[in-house]
Design a binder for this molecule. Structure first.
Ligand SMILES: Nc1nc2c(ncn2[C@@H]2O[C@H](COP(=O)(O)OP(=O)(O)OP(=O)(O)O)[C@@H](O)[C@H]2O)c(=O)[nH]1
Ligand SMILES: [Mg+2]
Length: 656
């Protein structure tokens, strides 16, 4: 708690809300106030100004009470910061504004639906502390998907003091519809006319004063990415604090009337000067038209794959592996080499000196996350963030729309799938922008199975790197095949229609390097904070199980399935069990078995598909509920076991 939030009822400002934390002055006063409903924990609203010379007026449980100044000075309260809602259409820049005002890190991207859960933070504006909420983007107060439901729910809550309506200046007419809906919520609004820079270069001129007059609210031209307009926002907040911000003009009730009004407003305040199509706009056309767009998409995806691998491998071979083997390992040897042989030494350094096989905490435990996986995480998120910020993903969604309909999804499903190449957890959350529960189930199933996540991909790359490239391709093709097949089955099992694609396609933009850098940092931080400890724990568990000889018993029990059907050594059971905790660790565990490449392929396919990892397991259950998640998990499991068995048979025939 910030100590400056604690004050007395006497010094509270007019209309301020607070909670009583203590009543001083002895028991008799406490009892007296208690009888009137003033006790510790109770919320109150002050109705008289702080500098008033008369009694203090407070509102409690809907009734007003007057208290003498002496009494009011004995009631200690904690004031609650005013709540400021950051609302607007999707992809208008709310999250960038939020990050700028709060200094908190949130992800922003150039496609609608980046924020599907809300984030809140604190900011000080005009000397006043505010709680500020990054409301998910919505086109209308009448929600049509889960993200919009969250938005309307947040806006309907009591206690909001002000709405900061972020409006895309390049798209004024469409954005104003939501603005008019917000205008009927009964709180003051400040409009941030964001992307003012793009509007200018596109020849869109908006007369701010005319717009202000029509809407009855303050309008501030704003560039969230650079912070232009912050000074005007501060001034507006000063005015808000002094109570000089009037409520917006009441909008017409009828929807048609609203659109008519919007039409009148835009013709009056907006002038668009004609200009030639820019280079970016020409590319925009080429990438969205199927004839040129599909070949470009294939080229883009192929390049993406290559770039990710090249950067990842480069980082490993030329930087991290030499550092680890040349600097870290000798250092460990010097410092811990003298340790007595025994449990502690085995735990820390493992059984063998090989960093990938020893399963010591300080050897494999660090090598795995930092040398094998991190480089690919860096390169993947670098490339993904670029695609996101340029605005390529919605175009991919449009291009793939007709194919996606075969498996019961529309094109927007490609966005969670792309995110899922990195980590399944944010990807499953991203399915919230899909309209129907059926679509969300299918999209979740496909996200979980279409391809492994990045840490696991990194391990598959590294495990198969000594062998010809065809093995790596077979792994990914098999996984994609099973993923698509099981989603197809699921889409037939779940009754219902797939809605038509209906998304906004933002124009391409040159990404801001600072936003790109911040996003990469945020995603890496997530990996290091959430995933690395799990990897180390996984390494520890396996090391311990092995030392204790427990793996053997388990291995014997499952031997018929694992060896008979899948052709893997019985000890691989431990690997499969651990796959639930961390899939990348479990794949790394295959190293000591010296498997043939065919067996690595079978094991990789099985491990990717048979079960989601613990984190995505929990998120699926939270998002879809237990019943639907169980269906998804079951279909994936069955498909994984059947397909891996077939693959094993095939490899035996081919003698791979
Ligand atoms: N040029 C320019 N780009 C901006 C500006 N504000 C935001 N952007 C970009 O617009 C895109 C969308 O920004 P976000 O903050 O993710 O949008 P959002 O409103 O939070 O979107 P949702 O979470 O999908 O509702 C990002 O690529 C931003 O970098 C701006 O003022 N100028
Ligand atoms: Mg956002």
């Amino acid at each position: 708690m910030n100590p400056s939030d604690v004050t007395t009822l006497l010094s509270m400002r007019e209309d301020e809300t607070a909670q009583i934390v203590e009543i001083q002055g002895g028991q008799p006063l406490k009892t007296k106030l208690n009888a009137m409903g003033l006790y510790k924990g109770r919320n109150i609203v002050k109705r008289s100004p702080a500098d008033s010379t008369g009694p203090a007026i407070v509102e409690v449980m809907g009734t007003s009470l007057a208290l003498g100044q002496g009494m009011a000075a004995k009631i200690i309260v904690k004031t609650q910061p005013l709540k400021l809602m950051l609302a607007g259409n999707p992809n208008v820049g709310k999250s960038v504004v939020f990050a700028r005002l709060t200094g908190l890190e949130v992800i922003s991207s150039n496609y609608p639906g980046t924020t599907v859960e809300y984030t809140s933070g604190h900011t000080v504006l005009a000397g006043e502390r505010f709680t500020i909420v990054d409301v998910p983007g919505a086109y209308s107060y009448q929600a049509t998907n889960k993200a919009e439901e969250v938005a309307s729910g947040l806006l309907a809550e009591d206690g909001k003091a002000l709405i900061l309506n972020v409006v895309d200046a390049t798209n004024l007419e469409r954005n104003l519809f939501y603005t008019l809906e917000l205008a009927s919520l009964g709180v003051p609004i400040i409009i941030l006319l964001n992307k003012w820079d793009i509007a200018n270069t596109h020849g869109v001129n908006i007369d701010v004063s005319v717009l202000q007059k029509h809407l009855g609210v303050r309008v501030i031209p704003f560039v969230a990415t650079t912070g232009e307009g912050i000074a005007e926002l501060r001034t507006a907040m000063e005015d808000f604090k002094r109570g000089q911000l009037s409520l917006p003009n009441p909008p017409p009730e009828n929807v048609d009337e609203r659109w008519k009004l919007i039409g009148r407003i835009t013709t009056e305040c907006q002038k668009i000067t004609h200009r030639h199509a820019t280079f970016l706009e020409n590319i925009q056309d080429a990438t969205s038209r199927p004839a040129t767009g599909l070949p470009i998409a294939i080229l883009v995806m192929f390049t993406v794959f290559l770039v990710i691998r090249t950067i990842g491998e480069g980082l490993i071979n030329y930087l991290l592996d030499p550092l680890f083997t040349g600097v870290w390992m000798p250092f460990l040897k010097t410092v811990l080499g003298g340790l007595d042989e025994g449990l502690l030494k085995t735990m820390l350094l493992g059984a063998t000196p090989e960093p990938m096989q020893s399963f010591g905490l300080l050897t494999t435990g660090l090598y795995l996350p930092f040398v094998t996986v991190l480089p690919y995480i860096v390169s993947f998120y670098l490339v993904l963030s670029l695609l996101e910020d340029v605005g390529y993903l919605p175009r991919l969604a449009v291009l793939l729309d007709s194919y996606m309909h075969h498996i019961g999804l529309h094109g927007y499903g490609t966005i969670p799938l792309m995110l899922g190449l990195g980590c399944k957890v944010p990807a499953i959350l991203a399915t919230r922008v899909l309209e129907t529960p059926r679509e969300r189930v299918i999209a979740t199933a496909l996200t979980l199975t279409l391809a492994p996540c990045m840490p696991q991909t990194a391990m598959i790359f590294s495990l198969l790197s000594p062998y010809p490239l065809k093995y790596t391709f077979i792994v990914f093709l098999s996984i994609a095949f099973v993923g698509i097949l099981s989603s197809y089955i699921l889409s037939r099992m779940l009754k219902g229609e797939t809605p038509e694609l209906f998304i906004e396609i933002p124009p391409y933009q040159i990404p801001s390097t600072s936003i790109l850098g911040r996003k990469l940092y945020l995603r890496l931080k997530d990996f290091i904070v959430d995933a690395v400890p799990m990897i180390i724990l996984g390494v520890l568990i396996v090391g311990m199980l092995e030392t204790a000889g427990l793996l053997n018993g388990l291995a014997q029990f499952f031997k018929p399935v694992v060896t008979g059907m899948l052709g893997l050594p019985p000890e691989a059971v431990s690997v499969l069990t651990l796959g639930f905790l961390r899939k990348d660790v479990s794949i790394a565990l295959l190293v000591p078995f010296n498997l043939a490449p065919g067996a690595i392929v079978v094991a990789s396919v099985l491990l990717t598909l048979y079960m989601p990892c613990m984190a995505s397991f929990m998120v699926s259950i939270r998002e879809l509920g237990i019943k639907k998640s169980a269906l998804v998990f079951f279909i994936n499991f069955a498909a994984a076991v059947i397909f891996s068995t077939l693959l094993n048979l095939l490899f035996r025939l081919l003698d791979w």
